[in-house]
Design a protein around this ligand. Sequence first.
Ligand code: DX5
Ligand code: ZN
Length: 217
Amino acid sequence: MNILSPSILAADFKNLGQQIADVDSAGAQYLHIDVMDGMFVPSISFGMPVIESIRSATDMVFDVHLMIMDPIRYVEEFARIGSDIITFHQEAADDPQAVIDKIHSFGKKAGIAIKPGTPVSVLIPYLDKVEMILVMTVEPGFGGQKLIPETIDKVREVRSMLGDRNLTTDIQVDGGINDANVMTVVGAGANVIVAGSAVFKGDAMGNASKFLKTMGN
Ligand code: DX5
Ligand code: ZN
């Protein structure tokens, strides 16, 4: 079954609790939480107090996407406040394996992310070490961008690299995914689908239900 992970970056923050309840009742399994530090990416989003405060609002899986430099510094804190999956960028870490080990030491799932310009080969040492691989389908930093078509081939390559090793690791895609292109990324091998604008702009519950239906759930 494919997983929908609505990204709250596109939510209406004055009604955040309600927006989360809407996608939860639509059946979205994960909640995608984008943390940006103004260094790894140009923008700054939100951090621990927001995550801590929404943790009690839902049982959805908290899928935390760290777009921050030197992520190992904050793994313990993100684990403590209730993240279930902690995904960091390969490009932002000196020693990705150390970050993975630290995430696992707190009993959390680890994800490793690559930007559109990063070759999939950098993932090879970590393929059997993580629970999820995030192939960014836009440049990280902002919601509402258009999917970069070349990234779909990267999803296909990662799925085949995993298959060669008999691994069924989750592949997440993030950026510019909508109801019209979601089956293309699923066909390429992605099974965890992030969608920000396409879910939260307008009727979040209706949009999430439609996504789940399109994805065959
Ligand atoms: C971008 C973030 C995404 C963003 C996706 O850096 O990682 O999660 O919220 O938003 P959309 O779906 O609008 O492209
Ligand atoms: Zn994200």
